[in-house]
Design a protein around this ligand. Sequence first.
Ligand code: AVI
Length: 313
Amino acid sequence: MLYDFEPRLQTFREEVLQGLQKSPKELPSKYLYDEEGSRLFEQICEQEEYYLTRTEMSIMQEKLPEMVELIGPQALLIEYGSGNSMKTRMLLEALHDPAGYVPIDISRVFLLRAGMALVAAYPQLEVLPVCADYTSEFEIPTPQKPVARRVAYFPGSTIGNFDPEPARHFLSHVARACRGGGLLIGVDLKKDFNLLHAAYNDRQQITARFNRHLLVRMNRELNANFQLDRFAHYSFYNPGEGRIEMHLVSLQNQIVRIGDVDIEFKRGESIWTENSYKYTLEEFALLAESAGFRVRQVWTDPQEWFSIQFLEA
Ligand code: AVI
């Protein structure tokens, strides 16, 4: 059974028009992840420059027994933004008698496909998929087996895609939902700016396609007429703010129609499509504590590029 809270088309239209009428123009990054966007993101994860995925995997591979120990037996594993993660499979296979698995994702098609694959691979495991924008409030489903504790899983440094205040708000919500349990979270760390820059400007230009896909999506779903070659992918590290910013920059003065609304773009004007914050361990500990967590354990790779952390709720 699917618990379906997928954002409606009307919400997408309203949020797009609201964002494009702001100055500077912006769009919520969650809309990058429809079926095709999620597929492009998977491809980004395979790029050589995108160190995040393989570094997180290597930490998982090495420290999995310690993670499993902290999660404990009969946990209900709740994954925010599940995609079709390999990392989750590693975790599910290692956990002691999990009470169930709740994958939450905004892309219904992607969620169902991944959910079905998991049911086939682990017939003993109760999978309870929830299609939702996980920044909104929704009920966590209850499995049939007894639940010793709820443990949330939020890998990939997706927390970096939240601005600091929404990040605190989201983490407080998770801390309340998992009181007595915890959160296993992947957090990307501050590092050499050039490495960061390269990760979001891969040579194969998959990140550029991922970014521009938002225009394709608006054309298809909102009857817009963006011309893709009139917008450039522009992503850079902003050291003052400690974040990668991703933009789509208009290459000329132009008017774009979205349904029956005209939006004017000046040459050089950008649509801000995503932030990806990078943290020091100290900065992240402060954020986690302000949200009601206690940092129990931090694992990093030898270069300290990425961290996985177990936070107690
Ligand atoms: C999903 N999230 C953690 C990715 C990131 O690195 O911030 C999204 C992404 N955007 C461009 N490349 C990857």
